[in-house]
Write a protein that binds this ligand. Sequence first.
Ligand SMILES: *Cc1c(COP(=O)(O)O)cnc(C)c1O
Length: 365
Amino acid sequence: MPRPIHALIHPQALRHNLARVRQAAGDAKVWAVVKARAYGHGIERAFDALRGADGFAVLDLHEAQTLRDLGWRAPVLLLEGVFEQRDLELCSRLDLWHVIHHEAHIDMLSRHKTQAPHRVFLKMNSGMNRLGFTPSSFRSAWARLNALPQVDEISLMTHFAHADDALGVAEQLSCFHAHTHDLQGERSLANSAAVLRHGHDAAVLADWVRPGIALYGSAPDHPLHTAAHWGLQPAMSLRSSLIGLQDLKPGDEVGYGGLFKADRPMRIGVVACGYADGYPRHTPSGTPVLVDGFRTYTVGRVSMDMLCVDVTPVPAAQVGSRVTLWGSDASGEVLCIDEVAAAAGTVGYELMCALAQRVAVTVDV
Ligand SMILES: *Cc1c(COP(=O)(O)O)cnc(C)c1O
């Protein structure tokens, strides 16, 4: 009998979320961002549900190869471009589109021998100061690229630093526009937050949007908004069972360091889920959890293989009772990953991506 913890991937939620993003994206084409093993869901598991996208955006060649092996013939974009010269050979072989974000990328391309010229996305650093050419060097980079026989079409892109918060995208948008308005080519600017929060502006949506997190059912701007507010459904449920119960009297402690001390008679359930499964150790007592579909909360410190929950409000709880750490319960009750992430001082993105290798993953049917 394996440990009862498992993650369930919900293809119908992925499909729903993709449709929801499309609805918000107007006429823009959609890159489904599947970096980091499709945010922990697994590219192979998410592929079928997301193949309604116009392209897939990935981080590395291995992910691109996986998509081609799955039979995907439409566009694949390397979001950070290549990492070394010989990567360009695989770009040619697999027909990958790639981002150009520094001079060395242009140098590599100029040395690359290819039959078919490449489609590239030239990236501007419009204020985030992560990747991309500065606005003042953008035009000369464009001209250099445009002169290369290795280059087919040049598209233009940038990335927003404040799409998910109150500052918004106006400043970066006007910077991008000021330095690109007379350049030919398709444009891509928006991540999930930009699509959902600023998609009323056609200049934000542009030609291609690049949603990631929204596809997986987490709100990009939690706690300003919830996934339910955006009409998104959880694509991953982390489920387990109770493997033990303890009855506490007032003054009894729970777990390492006795971080939790009962102030009244309580019943505690022990869940087969710990930080070695990817559940964050930093979650404090009081983090929400579902037991048999009822909402209760964690108590005490999360250990490597176990955590404890208060089952006093769930009198029918017993060894074997269903536990949902995030996502949907078999009863249909939902515990949004963003709530758990917020309690742990992080974001849904990190929890999805951190799902541990030892957790068995199955696809819902
Ligand atoms: C990861 C990534 C995205 C997707 O961002 P979400 O916030 O998950 O929607 C979009 N664009 C780039 C360049 C990225 O690296």
